[in-house]
Ligand binder design. Sequence first.
Ligand code: PHE
Length: 339
Amino acid sequence: MQHEAIPEIQAATTLEALQTVKTKYVGKSGLVTRELGTLGKLPPEERKTRGAEINAVRQAIQEALDTRETTLKREALDAQLASEAIDVTLPGLPLPAGGLHPINRVYDDLTGIYERLGYTVVEGPEVEDEHHNFEALNVPWYHPARDLQDTFWLEDGRLLRTHTSPMQIRYMVDHEPDLKIVVRGKVYRYEATDATHESMFHQLEGLVVGDHINMADLKGTIAEMARGLYGPGAKVRFQPSYYPFVEPGADFAVYWDNPRGESKWLELGGCGMVHPNVFKAVDDLREAQGKERVYEGKTGFAFGLGPERIAMLKYKIPDIRYFYANDPRVIGQFRGELE
Ligand code: PHE
Protein backbone atom coordinates (compact mmCIF):
# COMPACT_ATOMS: atom_id res chain seq x y z
CA MET A 1 0.00 0.00 0.00
CA GLN A 2 2.90 2.31 0.86
CA HIS A 3 4.23 1.76 -2.66
CA GLU A 4 1.05 3.09 -4.17
CA ALA A 5 0.56 5.93 -1.70
CA ILE A 6 4.02 7.53 -1.94
CA PRO A 7 3.94 8.15 -5.74
CA GLU A 8 0.39 9.50 -5.44
CA ILE A 9 1.55 11.92 -2.77
CA GLN A 10 4.46 13.06 -4.93
CA ALA A 11 2.12 13.51 -7.88
CA ALA A 12 -0.22 15.85 -6.00
CA THR A 13 0.48 19.35 -7.33
CA THR A 14 -2.04 21.28 -5.23
CA LEU A 15 -3.01 21.29 -1.57
CA GLU A 16 -6.52 20.14 -2.55
CA ALA A 17 -5.15 17.15 -4.49
CA LEU A 18 -2.96 16.27 -1.53
CA GLN A 19 -5.97 16.39 0.79
CA THR A 20 -7.75 13.88 -1.47
CA VAL A 21 -4.80 11.46 -1.22
CA LYS A 22 -4.67 11.95 2.54
CA THR A 23 -8.37 11.11 2.90
CA LYS A 24 -7.96 8.07 0.68
CA TYR A 25 -5.27 6.52 2.87
CA VAL A 26 -5.33 7.87 6.39
CA GLY A 27 -8.76 9.52 6.58
CA LYS A 28 -11.45 8.17 8.95
CA SER A 29 -12.46 5.52 6.41
CA GLY A 30 -9.17 5.53 4.51
CA LEU A 31 -7.45 2.36 3.36
CA VAL A 32 -4.87 2.32 6.16
CA THR A 33 -7.42 3.15 8.82
CA ARG A 34 -9.67 0.36 7.63
CA GLU A 35 -6.75 -2.08 7.61
CA LEU A 36 -6.16 -1.27 11.28
CA GLY A 37 -9.81 -2.04 11.93
CA THR A 38 -9.34 -5.59 10.66
CA LEU A 39 -6.76 -6.40 13.38
CA GLY A 40 -9.46 -7.57 15.76
CA LYS A 41 -10.33 -10.47 13.51
CA LEU A 42 -6.78 -11.82 13.54
CA PRO A 43 -5.63 -14.50 15.98
CA PRO A 44 -3.97 -12.79 18.98
CA GLU A 45 -0.46 -14.03 18.13
CA GLU A 46 -0.53 -12.34 14.69
CA ARG A 47 -2.09 -9.12 15.88
CA LYS A 48 1.04 -7.57 17.34
CA THR A 49 3.29 -7.98 14.30
CA ARG A 50 0.52 -7.07 11.86
CA GLY A 51 -0.34 -4.00 13.95
CA ALA A 52 3.28 -2.87 14.01
CA GLU A 53 3.50 -3.32 10.21
CA ILE A 54 0.43 -1.25 9.51
CA ASN A 55 1.52 1.47 11.91
CA ALA A 56 4.89 1.65 10.17
CA VAL A 57 3.12 2.10 6.80
CA ARG A 58 0.82 4.69 8.30
CA GLN A 59 3.74 6.61 9.71
CA ALA A 60 5.65 6.54 6.43
CA ILE A 61 2.59 7.82 4.57
CA GLN A 62 1.98 10.53 7.14
CA GLU A 63 5.57 11.73 6.89
CA ALA A 64 5.38 11.84 3.10
CA LEU A 65 2.13 13.81 3.35
CA ASP A 66 3.68 16.34 5.76
CA THR A 67 6.77 16.84 3.60
CA ARG A 68 4.68 17.28 0.48
CA GLU A 69 2.38 19.72 2.23
CA THR A 70 5.28 21.88 3.35
CA THR A 71 6.67 21.92 -0.21
CA LEU A 72 3.32 22.81 -1.79
CA LYS A 73 2.70 25.59 0.71
CA ARG A 74 6.10 27.12 0.03
CA GLU A 75 5.55 26.87 -3.72
CA ALA A 76 2.19 28.61 -3.36
CA LEU A 77 3.76 31.39 -1.30
CA ASP A 78 6.65 31.78 -3.77
CA ALA A 79 4.18 32.04 -6.65
CA GLN A 80 2.13 34.63 -4.79
CA LEU A 81 5.20 36.70 -3.94
CA ALA A 82 6.39 36.52 -7.54
CA SER A 83 3.03 37.61 -8.93
CA GLU A 84 2.71 40.50 -6.47
CA ALA A 85 6.29 41.68 -6.80
CA ILE A 86 6.83 45.34 -7.70
CA ASP A 87 9.77 46.22 -9.88
CA VAL A 88 10.83 49.51 -8.39
CA THR A 89 13.30 50.04 -11.22
CA LEU A 90 10.56 50.30 -13.88
CA PRO A 91 10.01 53.83 -15.20
CA GLY A 92 6.91 55.46 -13.63
CA LEU A 93 3.62 56.18 -15.37
CA PRO A 94 3.37 59.80 -16.48
CA LEU A 95 1.32 61.89 -14.03
CA PRO A 96 -0.72 64.57 -15.77
CA ALA A 97 0.63 67.83 -14.40
CA GLY A 98 -1.68 70.74 -13.75
CA GLY A 99 -0.87 74.37 -14.33
CA LEU A 100 -1.98 77.83 -13.41
CA HIS A 101 -5.16 79.09 -15.02
CA PRO A 102 -4.46 81.96 -17.45
CA ILE A 103 -6.41 84.36 -15.21
CA ASN A 104 -4.23 83.45 -12.24
CA ARG A 105 -1.13 83.98 -14.37
CA VAL A 106 -2.29 87.49 -15.23
CA TYR A 107 -3.25 88.14 -11.60
CA ASP A 108 0.22 87.07 -10.51
CA ASP A 109 1.81 89.43 -13.06
CA LEU A 110 -0.37 92.28 -11.81
CA THR A 111 -0.04 91.71 -8.08
CA GLY A 112 3.73 91.25 -8.59
CA ILE A 113 3.90 94.76 -10.03
CA TYR A 114 1.88 96.20 -7.14
CA GLU A 115 3.75 94.29 -4.45
CA ARG A 116 6.97 95.82 -5.74
CA LEU A 117 5.28 99.21 -5.29
CA GLY A 118 4.52 98.36 -1.66
CA TYR A 119 0.84 97.41 -1.97
CA THR A 120 -0.87 94.78 0.18
CA VAL A 121 -2.85 92.13 -1.76
CA VAL A 122 -6.25 91.27 -0.23
CA GLU A 123 -9.42 89.32 -1.05
CA GLY A 124 -12.98 89.64 0.20
CA PRO A 125 -16.45 88.08 0.20
CA GLU A 126 -18.28 87.38 -3.08
CA VAL A 127 -21.64 87.50 -1.31
CA GLU A 128 -22.16 91.10 -0.29
CA ASP A 129 -24.87 93.29 1.17
CA GLU A 130 -26.44 96.20 -0.62
CA HIS A 131 -24.79 98.70 1.67
CA HIS A 132 -21.21 97.71 0.84
CA ASN A 133 -21.85 97.05 -2.85
CA PHE A 134 -23.86 100.24 -3.57
CA GLU A 135 -24.90 102.52 -0.71
CA ALA A 136 -21.53 103.16 0.90
CA LEU A 137 -20.03 103.61 -2.57
CA ASN A 138 -22.26 106.63 -3.16
CA VAL A 139 -24.76 104.69 -5.26
CA PRO A 140 -28.19 105.28 -3.61
CA TRP A 141 -31.06 102.95 -4.52
CA TYR A 142 -32.64 105.45 -6.94
CA HIS A 143 -29.37 106.11 -8.72
CA PRO A 144 -29.33 105.17 -12.42
CA ALA A 145 -25.87 103.60 -11.99
CA ARG A 146 -27.60 100.60 -10.41
CA ASP A 147 -29.02 99.80 -13.82
CA LEU A 148 -25.52 99.77 -15.28
CA GLN A 149 -24.66 96.81 -13.14
CA ASP A 150 -27.35 94.20 -13.32
CA THR A 151 -27.28 92.33 -10.11
CA PHE A 152 -27.77 88.71 -9.02
CA TRP A 153 -29.92 89.00 -5.89
CA LEU A 154 -30.06 86.27 -3.24
CA GLU A 155 -33.32 85.36 -1.55
CA ASP A 156 -32.17 86.82 1.76
CA GLY A 157 -31.72 90.28 0.21
CA ARG A 158 -27.98 89.99 -0.18
CA LEU A 159 -26.32 89.89 -3.61
CA LEU A 160 -23.32 88.60 -5.56
CA ARG A 161 -20.94 91.55 -5.67
CA THR A 162 -21.03 93.33 -9.01
CA HIS A 163 -17.51 94.72 -8.56
CA THR A 164 -14.59 94.49 -6.13
CA SER A 165 -15.14 98.08 -4.95
CA PRO A 166 -17.05 97.02 -1.77
CA MET A 167 -13.67 95.83 -0.51
CA GLN A 168 -12.59 99.49 -0.48
CA ILE A 169 -15.22 100.01 2.21
CA ARG A 170 -14.43 96.84 4.16
CA TYR A 171 -10.71 97.50 4.18
CA MET A 172 -11.04 101.12 5.28
CA VAL A 173 -13.46 100.21 8.07
CA ASP A 174 -10.87 97.75 9.40
CA HIS A 175 -7.68 99.76 8.77
CA GLU A 176 -6.54 103.31 9.32
CA PRO A 177 -4.78 105.39 6.65
CA ASP A 178 -2.26 105.53 5.03
CA LEU A 179 -2.95 102.47 2.96
CA LYS A 180 -2.18 100.93 -0.43
CA ILE A 181 -4.07 97.78 -1.41
CA VAL A 182 -5.03 95.76 -4.44
CA VAL A 183 -8.02 93.41 -4.26
CA ARG A 184 -8.30 90.32 -6.43
CA GLY A 185 -11.46 88.28 -6.87
CA LYS A 186 -14.55 87.22 -8.77
CA VAL A 187 -17.48 89.50 -9.60
CA TYR A 188 -20.92 88.72 -11.03
CA ARG A 189 -23.27 90.47 -13.42
CA TYR A 190 -26.66 89.35 -14.59
CA GLU A 191 -26.31 89.85 -18.30
CA ALA A 192 -26.36 87.95 -21.57
CA THR A 193 -23.06 86.25 -22.37
CA ASP A 194 -21.12 86.60 -25.60
CA ALA A 195 -17.49 86.50 -26.71
CA THR A 196 -16.58 89.45 -24.48
CA HIS A 197 -19.17 89.16 -21.67
CA GLU A 198 -19.49 86.53 -18.96
CA SER A 199 -21.84 86.53 -15.96
CA MET A 200 -18.81 85.78 -13.75
CA PHE A 201 -15.46 87.42 -14.32
CA HIS A 202 -12.60 88.91 -12.31
CA GLN A 203 -11.38 92.31 -11.24
CA LEU A 204 -8.29 93.83 -9.79
CA GLU A 205 -9.17 96.80 -7.61
CA GLY A 206 -6.65 99.30 -6.33
CA LEU A 207 -7.03 101.76 -3.46
CA VAL A 208 -4.54 104.28 -2.12
CA VAL A 209 -5.42 106.63 0.74
CA GLY A 210 -3.27 109.19 2.50
CA ASP A 211 -2.62 112.92 2.59
CA HIS A 212 -2.35 115.00 -0.58
CA ILE A 213 -2.84 112.04 -2.93
CA ASN A 214 -3.71 113.49 -6.34
CA MET A 215 -4.61 112.63 -9.91
CA ALA A 216 -0.93 112.68 -10.97
CA ASP A 217 -0.23 109.87 -8.45
CA LEU A 218 -3.06 107.89 -10.01
CA LYS A 219 -1.82 108.42 -13.57
CA GLY A 220 1.74 107.57 -12.59
CA THR A 221 0.57 104.37 -10.91
CA ILE A 222 -1.44 103.22 -13.94
CA ALA A 223 1.52 104.06 -16.21
CA GLU A 224 3.83 102.04 -13.98
CA MET A 225 1.46 99.07 -14.22
CA ALA A 226 1.33 99.41 -18.03
CA ARG A 227 5.14 99.40 -18.23
CA GLY A 228 5.26 96.39 -15.91
CA LEU A 229 2.88 94.53 -18.21
CA TYR A 230 4.07 95.66 -21.64
CA GLY A 231 7.56 97.06 -21.19
CA PRO A 232 9.05 100.57 -21.12
CA GLY A 233 7.37 101.61 -24.38
CA ALA A 234 3.82 101.20 -23.07
CA LYS A 235 1.65 104.34 -23.03
CA VAL A 236 -1.54 105.11 -21.11
CA ARG A 237 -4.56 107.19 -22.03
CA PHE A 238 -7.22 108.62 -19.71
CA GLN A 239 -10.71 109.69 -20.78
CA PRO A 240 -13.25 111.34 -18.50
CA SER A 241 -15.87 108.89 -17.29
CA TYR A 242 -18.41 108.50 -14.54
CA TYR A 243 -18.42 106.22 -11.49
CA PRO A 244 -20.43 107.43 -8.45
CA PHE A 245 -17.65 106.52 -5.98
CA VAL A 246 -14.96 108.67 -7.63
CA GLU A 247 -14.72 112.33 -8.59
CA PRO A 248 -13.23 113.03 -11.04
CA GLY A 249 -13.58 109.66 -12.74
CA ALA A 250 -11.86 108.29 -15.82
CA ASP A 251 -11.45 105.25 -18.01
CA PHE A 252 -7.95 104.22 -18.90
CA ALA A 253 -6.42 102.36 -21.83
CA VAL A 254 -2.93 101.03 -22.47
CA TYR A 255 -1.13 101.27 -25.82
CA TRP A 256 1.38 98.55 -26.25
CA ASP A 257 3.84 97.56 -28.96
CA ASN A 258 4.54 93.92 -29.28
CA PRO A 259 6.95 92.05 -31.58
CA ARG A 260 4.04 90.59 -33.54
CA GLY A 261 3.06 94.10 -34.57
CA GLU A 262 -0.30 94.06 -32.80
CA SER A 263 0.00 97.52 -31.28
CA LYS A 264 -3.32 98.84 -30.12
CA TRP A 265 -5.19 100.66 -27.40
CA LEU A 266 -6.52 98.22 -24.86
CA GLU A 267 -9.40 99.61 -22.76
CA LEU A 268 -8.51 98.25 -19.35
CA GLY A 269 -10.72 99.76 -16.67
CA GLY A 270 -12.00 102.67 -14.63
CA CYS A 271 -10.38 104.89 -12.02
CA GLY A 272 -10.64 108.19 -10.21
CA MET A 273 -10.20 110.12 -6.98
CA VAL A 274 -12.13 108.64 -4.05
CA HIS A 275 -15.41 110.57 -3.59
CA PRO A 276 -15.74 112.38 -0.21
CA ASN A 277 -19.08 110.61 0.32
CA VAL A 278 -17.22 107.27 0.33
CA PHE A 279 -14.92 108.46 3.12
CA LYS A 280 -17.97 109.70 5.00
CA ALA A 281 -19.75 106.34 4.63
CA VAL A 282 -16.61 104.56 5.91
CA ASP A 283 -16.40 106.83 8.95
CA ASP A 284 -20.11 106.24 9.67
CA LEU A 285 -19.53 102.48 9.64
CA ARG A 286 -16.43 102.90 11.82
CA GLU A 287 -18.33 105.03 14.28
CA ALA A 288 -21.10 102.42 14.50
CA GLN A 289 -18.38 99.92 15.48
CA GLY A 290 -16.99 102.26 18.13
CA LYS A 291 -13.96 103.18 16.04
CA GLU A 292 -12.51 106.60 15.42
CA ARG A 293 -13.54 108.65 12.37
CA VAL A 294 -10.24 108.94 10.52
CA TYR A 295 -11.11 109.24 6.82
CA GLU A 296 -12.88 112.53 6.37
CA GLY A 297 -10.37 115.01 4.96
CA LYS A 298 -8.16 112.28 3.52
CA THR A 299 -7.50 111.93 -0.20
CA GLY A 300 -7.10 108.85 -2.30
CA PHE A 301 -7.49 107.21 -5.64
CA ALA A 302 -9.06 103.95 -6.77
CA PHE A 303 -9.01 101.90 -9.94
CA GLY A 304 -10.56 98.69 -11.21
CA LEU A 305 -9.69 96.53 -14.18
CA GLY A 306 -10.45 93.14 -15.70
CA PRO A 307 -7.67 90.56 -16.01
CA GLU A 308 -9.72 88.68 -18.63
CA ARG A 309 -9.05 91.41 -21.18
CA ILE A 310 -5.30 91.20 -20.58
CA ALA A 311 -5.31 87.39 -20.67
CA MET A 312 -7.34 87.25 -23.91
CA LEU A 313 -4.77 89.40 -25.66
CA LYS A 314 -1.71 87.87 -24.07
CA TYR A 315 -2.71 84.28 -24.78
CA LYS A 316 -4.76 84.96 -27.93
CA ILE A 317 -7.98 83.59 -26.45
CA PRO A 318 -10.79 84.82 -28.73
CA ASP A 319 -13.80 84.15 -26.46
CA ILE A 320 -14.08 84.97 -22.74
CA ARG A 321 -16.33 81.94 -22.23
CA TYR A 322 -13.37 79.62 -22.93
CA PHE A 323 -11.87 80.58 -19.55
CA TYR A 324 -14.65 78.95 -17.54
CA ALA A 325 -15.99 76.19 -19.81
CA ASN A 326 -13.44 73.76 -18.30
CA ASP A 327 -12.60 72.35 -21.72
CA PRO A 328 -9.30 70.49 -21.23
CA ARG A 329 -8.27 71.36 -24.79
CA VAL A 330 -8.15 75.02 -23.77
CA ILE A 331 -7.01 74.82 -20.17
CA GLY A 332 -4.58 71.97 -21.00
CA GLN A 333 -2.49 74.44 -23.00
CA PHE A 334 -1.58 76.18 -19.75
CA ARG A 335 0.30 73.29 -18.18
CA GLY A 336 3.71 74.01 -16.77
CA GLU A 337 5.57 77.08 -17.91
CA LEU A 338 4.24 79.02 -20.85
CA GLU A 339 5.83 82.29 -21.74
N1 PHE B 1 -15.96 99.29 -9.87
C1 PHE B 1 -15.89 99.81 -11.22
C2 PHE B 1 -16.54 98.81 -12.17
O1 PHE B 1 -16.74 97.69 -11.79
C3 PHE B 1 -14.48 100.07 -11.64
C4 PHE B 1 -13.83 101.18 -10.87
C5 PHE B 1 -13.12 100.89 -9.73
C6 PHE B 1 -13.95 102.49 -11.28
C7 PHE B 1 -12.53 101.92 -9.00
C8 PHE B 1 -13.35 103.50 -10.58
C9 PHE B 1 -12.64 103.23 -9.43
O2 PHE B 1 -16.86 99.10 -13.28
